[in-house]
Design a binder for this molecule. Structure first.
Ligand SMILES: O=C([S-])c1cc(C(=O)S)c[n+]([C@@H]2O[C@H](COP(=O)(O)O)[C@@H](O)[C@H]2O)c1
Ligand code: NI
Length: 409
């Protein structure tokens, strides 16, 4: 299983996404053969291996041949296209090709995502919007080409790090637009994609095409995968000149487990709390059970006295930070709470190694714990209870017997 990790430390555009795939080894001729299935004409592809900031990478560019270039105006670094195709026409081009069904579906999803955002920003219906972006041949090539590239490189999973955009304004066909550009801002709504801005970069780093592809193709955003083998690194250059390297870095990880294991002695955990003065004991116990089955690591209630001397309860839970949205929704859905407090906490943890122990009383899971030379053993309580019932022994008594067996081992 191959995982592609994208690191958009200086943003993302369609060209950068393809540039980085070529730098990872995507074959240009194989790519062009696949792309020809779209039966598009009027374009030229250029792929250049080059060095920027002393780093070697690839620059991928699409240019229009003269017949089409008449409709295309260059305004500094900003390309503006005046021959927009509408969404239906683009989807026809893709769907009438002999590309595989997954590529077709993925590309159409990105076009729909960008078109929806554009329609919202320009306050037009999706079929009547001005397709200055997605009607252009380069967008069709970038978007469809990205999925062709993933397929040729046999990538199974995509993970993306936080997106970094610039600031200020850029000049486009209809005037001056703020950065992040409106279509990108619109696509960010209702999404939790990590995004930040570099205030020292006075231009656009994240384009609508780049953001649309990332949003639709990626389900996991976060840190580099652990315990996987890093196989290859690629750099795809952007065309804008910025203070520093303007490139999209990508890494291929292989799921073969590394023999160099990562040991965690600290991590982060989220504490979620809410005060409840009108929830019954039964309701509290029900919601705690739901929270625990939905990934809370622990959930409990604390008796408190709220304003006006009201006896109440504080519902608390600990969870992985990525689970906070799901668990917050459960609290809002199943209690009268109208607000929760959240704190991200640093946690020190013992390394855990879970093993199945075969004993004369039966099998049970045992946790071997260690931290800076301190070691402990902990028997899985549910297993212990069922073995105690099976052997008709008091739980404490059986625990002592099993601990003695482990120690004598
Ligand atoms: O010309 C217009 S109206 C325009 C609108 C927007 C919005 O965000 S709305 C963005 N742009 C810019 O066009 C270029 C091309 O983008 P690609 O995604 O096709 O690479 C880019 O700089 C956009 O920000 C233009
Ligand atoms: Ni427009």
């Amino acid at each position: 299983m191959k995982t592609l990790y994208l690191d958009p430390f200086s943003g993302v555009s369609g060209n950068m996404l393809l540039g980085t795939l070529f730098d990872l080894g995507l074959d240009f001729n194989a790519f062009k053969n696949e792309l020809a299935k779209l039966k598009l004409t009027g374009y030229h592809l250029s792929l250049t291996k080059t060095t920027k900031s002393a780093i070697t990478g690839h620059l991928f560019e699409v240019s229009l041949t003269s017949e089409f270039a008449n409709h295309h105006v260059d305004e500094g670094a900003q390309k503006i296209h005046h021959h927009g195709r509408n969404l239906a026409t683009i989807e026809d081009i893709i769907n009438n090709s002999t590309l595989n069904a997954h590529i077709k579906k993925s590309a159409c999803t990105v076009f729909e995502e960008i078109a929806k955002a554009e329609a919202h920003v320009h306050e037009k219906k999706i079929d009547e919007i001005h397709f200055h972006e997605i009607g252009a041949i380069d967008s069709i090539i970038d978007i469809t080409g990205f999925f062709i590239g993933l397929n040729l490189l046999k990538i199974d999973k995509l993970i993306c790090g936080p997106l970094v955009d610039g600031t200020g304004t850029i000049k486009v066909a209809h005037g001056v637009m703020p950065v992040p550009v409106p279509a990108v801002m619109q696509m960010r709504t209702n999404s939790a994609i990590p995004f930040r801005q570099r205030m020292d970069v006075d231009t656009e780093l994240v384009t609508p095409t780049g953001f649309g592809i990332i949003k639709c193709a990626t389900t996991t955003f976060g840190e580099v995968p652990e315990n996987l083998i890093l196989e290859k690194i690629g750099y795809g250059f952007g065309t804008r000149q910025i203070n520093g390297l303007n490139a999209l870095r990508s890494c291929i990880y292989n799921s073969l487990l590394s023999n160099q294991k990562v040991i965690h002695s600290k991590d982060q955990i989220i504490l979620i709390e809410t005060n409840l003065d009108d929830t019954t004991g039964q309701e509290l116990s029900d919601v705690m059970a739901i929270l625990l089955t939905n990934g809370a690591k622990d959930a409990w209630v604390e008796p408190i006295t709220m304003k006006k001397g009201r006896p109440a309860h504080k519902l608390c839970l600990l969870a992985d930070p990525t689970n906070s949205e799901t668990l917050t929704k459960i609290i809002f859905e199943h209690t009268s709470s109208i607000g929760v407090r959240q704190q991200l906490l640093d946690r020190k943890i013992m390394q855990r190694d879970l093993k199945l122990l075969k004993t004369k009383f039966g099998n049970l899971h045992v946790k071997y714990l260690s931290y800076a030379g301190i070691t402990k053993v902990s028997l899985e309580h549910d297993d212990l209870v069922s073995l105690a019932q099976k052997n008709k022994l008091p739980i404490k008594n059986l625990e002592t017997k099993i601990m003695n067996l482990i120690q004598s081992d």
